[in-house]
Design a protein around this ligand. Structure first.
Ligand code: PMP
Length: 467
């Protein structure tokens, strides 16, 4: 299986490298799949877009129960930094299982935990790590976001939180209240109060109608003026929380200038700055953490997904001066997942040893160039954007504008492209406004051949679907 895509060197040979049914694959429904539809709740989401059952996976490749092989540019929604079943991570987990340590230890320490903490601290910028501490949270990203909100409120004795249009911080009550996407909120009531939303940099759909640096400066001016206006109706928040690169919102990287300005404003006014790097952290952006592109630091950093090497783990890293907790004031049974700490430690080590932040930059550049080349030939592609191996392609109805004079998003086309890509053996994520952004989140150790394959399969998919 490892070699299935490895002979891909040019477009014509891609098809040959694939085991049959290529391009016309019809996704037969086997027993496992029909059982899922029968037994699992309506709430299931990915299976509707990827009607497959996974048999095995290795690196960036997945094989389904019918023997079809896919290149995985979803990576467990960014949780699998090294792809599937990295041999060294697997071995670390096996060693851990053989060592006789507990599976989980609440927040009692072990040599494995100590190793993980040291590795994570070494992975962080030294100046940030120096006066920061770690808080392990319940295993999901949302759990860690909840903890960050509680901590910020506690440390500042304030209750307002500023979030951003397009933000995604999780599905629990507090984290969902920070969410931009209205579909997820439409049928919810009683969400956490005191959240205020501001425009996030998004040149193509700039809330100020200007886009580019002018749009970002307008966003900063708007936030700053609200904070200084005694008649703005919005009291000073405990914290501003943001993703330095919005993921689910449509792959929107904030510029270094915008992030630095947010840091300046929050520092001047004593507002905590929380960076949610659950998706964009751990080398995905081409630096260990996306905030490093701006040369600034948050007060609280929220981590999950890849930090556990693909197993459930989440934590906060924050400045010790904001460590306002009393002992046990925030807790959680599954804070001490030893297997995840072992896998996470190994993953961080491998990312550093193998220079995978740089690989993310290099491979991201190659993929971006190929996607931009496709954009020249496909008017339905309005924008190709992102940083490192977190890339998005926004599709629109060519030459049709919405009421605001912006390109009209084409969610149906995005759906079709995602499905056609799957038929061509490529798994990609989808998100953004109206779900019209196709998203690439491949493993950080993806090879150039695999990138070429992804670009080729994507081009076929767009070619089949674009009108
Ligand atoms: N924050 C960000 C930036 C995310 O991308 C996600 C998950 N997509 C979360 C928080 C929530 O993490 P989880 O699904 O593990 O609760």
């Amino acid at each position: 299986m490892d070699t299935l895509l490895s002979s891909v060197t040019s477009d014509s040979r891609v098809v040959d490298a694939f085991p049959g049914r290529f391009g016309q694959y019809e996704f037969p429904v086997d027993k496992v799949l029909s059982n899922q539809a029968r037994l699992e709740s309506n709430v299931r989401s990915y299976p509707r877009r990827f009607p497959i059952a996974i048999k095995r996976a290795s690196g960036a490749q997945i094989e389904d129960t019918n023997g079809q092989v896919y290149l995985d540019c979803l990576s467990g929604a960014g949780a699998l930094a090294l792809g599937h079943n990295h041999p060294e991570v697997n071995q670390e987990i096996v060693n851990q299982l053989s060592a006789g340590l507990p599976y989980q230890t609440l927040d009692i320490t072990t040599p494995v935990k100590d190793g993980f903490v040291n590795e994570l601290m070494a992975f962080l910028p030294a100046a940030f790590a120096e006066d920061s501490c770690i808080q392990f949270c319940g295993p999901s990203g949302s759990d860690a976001v909840e903890a960050s909100l509680k901590l910020a409120k506690l440390a500042t004795s304030r209750s307002n939180i500023f979030s951003f249009h397009g933000a995604y911080h999780g599905m629990t009550n507090g984290s969902l209240s920070l969410m931009g996407n209205l579909n997820a909120k439409a049928r919810r009531s009683g969400l956490m109060p005191d959240v205020h939303f501001f425009p996030f940099p998004y040149s193509l759909r700039c809330k100020f109608g200007s886009g580019g640096e002018a749009g970002e400066r307008a966003s900063i001016r708007y936030i700053e003026s609200v904070l200084h206006d005694q008649e703005s109706g919005i009291v000073k928040p405990a914290a501003i929380i943001l993703e330095p690169i919005q993921g689910e919102g449509g792959v929107l990287p904030a510029s270094a200038m915008w992030l630095r300005e947010i840091r300046r404003i929050t520092s001047e006014l004593g507002i905590l700055l929380i960076f949610d790097e659950i998706q964009c952290g751990i080398a995905r952006s081409g630096r260990n953490f996306a905030f490093e592109h701006a040369g600034i630091e948050p007060d609280i950093l929220v981590l999950s997904k890849a930090v556990g090497g693909g197993l459930p783990l989440s934590c906060l890293v924050f400045k010790k001066k904001f460590d306002a907790w009393d002992a046990g004031e925030h807790a959680g049974t599954f804070r001490g997942n030893q297997l995840a700490m072992a896998a996470g430690m190994k993953t961080l080590q491998i990312i550093r040893r193998d220079g995978l932040a740089q690989n993310a930059l290099n491979m991201g550049e190659i993929l971006t160039a190929k996607l931009r080349n496709l954009q020249q030939r496909q008017p339905c592609i309005a924008e190709v954007r992102g940083r490192g191996l977190m890339l998005g392609v926004e599709v629109v109805k060519a030459d049709v504008m919405d009421v605001l004079g912006q390109p009209l998003a084409d969610p149906e086309l995005a759906n079709n492209i995602q499905r056609a890509a799957l038929r061509h053996g490529l798994i990609i994520e989808k998100g953004g406004r109206h779900g019209a952004v196709l998203r690439f989140l491949p493993p950080l150790n993806i090879t150039e051949k695999q990138v070429n394959y992804a670009a080729w399969a994507f081009e076929q998919a767009v070619g089949v679907c674009a009108r």
